[in-house]
Design a protein around this ligand. Structure first.
Ligand code: FAD
Length: 486
């Protein structure tokens, strides 16, 4: 458990640690305070291996009351706390710092689904529920919980809420923020804020739950939530479309919205290089067309009223061929073929990982400016690093591009990654000049703390620091995430 410690500590401090760990065990029960290095390891490393933290231990409370007691104890002892869900976050927000002074509070035992209500169309669940399990519970009640992302088999709803996760259905259903009706949160002083309301309307002052959504665990620990459910789609039509050029994505997308009565649930951009890397590295990824095309769109339409979607899609695509926007297209004939299309899209990050180093950007601009942003950023990074392989993909319909860079063929990975900040600056400067966001859906965590400080206006930073100071005056809740340490 001393892995990564900056320096040896005096014996008295060691004894204090032992007594704190003992006290934590008394709250959560033996076996739920993890201190063995091999057991701790998965909680200390970030998904992409960017950070290797250290901690006094990992605590796994089994109820809201236990979370509150753990927080009270840590707060009184001056121990920083790091909330963690599935640890799939991509900005290092759930990983403790290297000094080994903090306690990780894992929600993985908070897995009860408290209620599914198909009349209110709500689901009430604890924060440690794995996203896929909530989707399943909604389905069993004949409903849909639409949040969907590549990590859904392991990320937990408290983590989704705390990162305000986006995913592939934002276009139709919104970000996680739009899917939450109420929250229960343990505050940094150990009090429980009960905002577990099922109300669609409630204008009684500040909407406190929104403070905690997207706060990345810096303002408290989400312990439970009320989520919105929707009717299940009864017809889904999915097409993979080869575009005449990148710019054609925009009219195609808006035509699909209009032609389908706004039933487009996903509109994902796939570049040729993304497909080629997927075919090289990820089993099951197959080319959708006989020829290769520079830019493709995965378009998905869905409706809870069956009939007419496929026809609308066919008609829209026929017109797009005539108008020279699309050069090829295939509509999924089965669930298996639909899954094949999605595999192409979802395989891109994994394929990039296997290809060597990648420098990532999760940026957003107004949808109408996505092609311009991609072209400008591509020119700029290629000029700065000849041979770099640009792989921009993702949620075109939301204006959100994962503008990722793969190392030049045969380049040294470490030398490539050493230029991470330089590449970030080039891309983020352009995005900010285009009135965009340097973090569309992954958050700030540790990774973008300096970028946020660089780009956010002073008033915004001041308001954020005041909110943090008001809720967590001692700065013990996930310190050093989102905001610099005071
Ligand atoms: P963690 O990684 O454990 O934590 C994330 C942050 O939330 C940390 O700051 C942590 O301290 C805090 N936190 C966790 N639980 C709580 C809690 N109960 N209370 C307070 N704070 C808490 N993200 C997207 O938005 N869209 C995508 O399409 C997407 N695709 C992904 C695909 C893959 C393959 C992977 C690996 C990740 C992807 N992500 C995506 C990122 C990640 O899955 C999401 O950010 C997810 O919401 C994190 O959930 P988690 O439970 O793993 O949270």
């Amino acid at each position: 458990r001393s892995q990564g410690r900056a320096s040896a500590r005096p014996a008295s401090e060691g004894q204090t640690e032992m007594s704190i760990l003992h006290a934590l065990s008394a709250i959560v029960g033996p076996g739920n305070v993890i201190t063995e290095a091999s057991d701790l390891a998965p909680y200390l490393v970030e998904e992409r291996g960017l950070y290797q933290g250290a901690a006094l231990g990992v605590v796994r409370p089994g109820s809201t009351a236990e979370v509150a007691e753990v927080v009270r104890l840590c707060a009184a002892a001056g121990i920083p706390m790091v909330p963690q869900g599935g640890n799939t976050g991509l900005c290092g927000g759930g990983v403790p710092s290297e000094d080994g002074q903090s306690v990780v509070i894992s929600t993985e035992r908070l897995t009860r689904i408290r209620a599914v209500d198909p009349v209110d169309f709500t689901l009430t669940a604890e924060a440690g529920c794995v996203l896929a399990n909530l989707q399943q519970a909604a389905e069993e009640a004949g409903c849909l919980f639409p949040l969907s992302l590549g990590a859904e088999g392991s990320c937990r709803i408290g983590g989704n809420i705390s990162t305000n996760a986006g995913g592939t259905n934002v276009l139709r259903y919104g970000n996680t923020r739009d899917l939450v009706l109420g929250l229960e949160v343990v505050l940094p002083d150990g009090r429980v804020w009960n905002g577990l309301k099922r109300l669609r309307k409630d204008n009684t002052g500040y909407a406190l739950q929104h403070l905690f959504i997207g706060a990345e665990g810096t303002l408290g620990i989400v312990t439970a939530c009320v989520l919105k459910l929707f009717p299940r789609p009864r017809e889904i039509a999915t097409a993979f479309v080869a575009l005449a050029d990148l710019e054609a994505a925009l009219p195609l997308f808006s035509r699909a919205r209009t032609a389908s009565g706004d039933s487009v649930t996903a509109c994902e951009l796939v570049p040729r290089r993304g497909l080629e890397l997927g075919m090289r590295h990820v089993p099951g990824v197959r080319a959708p067309f006989a020829a290769f095309h520079d830019w493709m769109l995965l378009l998905e339409l869905s409706s809870s009223r069956p009939g007419g979607l496929r026809e609308a899609l066919e008609e829209m695509l026929g017109q797009a061929f005539e108008d020279g926007l699309a050069v090829d297209a295939v509509i999924a004939e089965s669930d298996a073929q639909r899954a094949d299309f999605w595999r192409i899209r979802e395989a891109i990050p994994e394929a990039q990982k296997k290809e060597g180093g990648s420098i990532k950007h999760d940026v957003a601009v107004a949808t109408s400016r996505v092609p311009e942003m991609i072209r400008r950023c591509t020119r700029a990074v290629e000029a700065a690093m000849p041979g770099v392989r640009v792989v921009p993909f993702g949620h075109l319909g939301d204006g959100n591009t994962h503008f990722n860079l793969t190392q030049p063929e045969g380049a040294d990975k470490a030398a490539f990654l050493a230029r991470w900040e330089e590449m970030n600056r080039i891309v983020h400067d352009i995005v900010v000049e285009m009135e965009g966001s340097i973090s569309a859906e992954h958050g700030i965590g540790r990774l973008k703390v300096d970028e946020l400080a660089h780009y956010k206006p002073g008033v915004d930073l001041d308001l954020m620091a005041r909110i943090k100071g008001a809720l967590d005056p001692l700065g013990q809740m996930n310190p050093g995430k989102i905001l610099r340490r005071p």
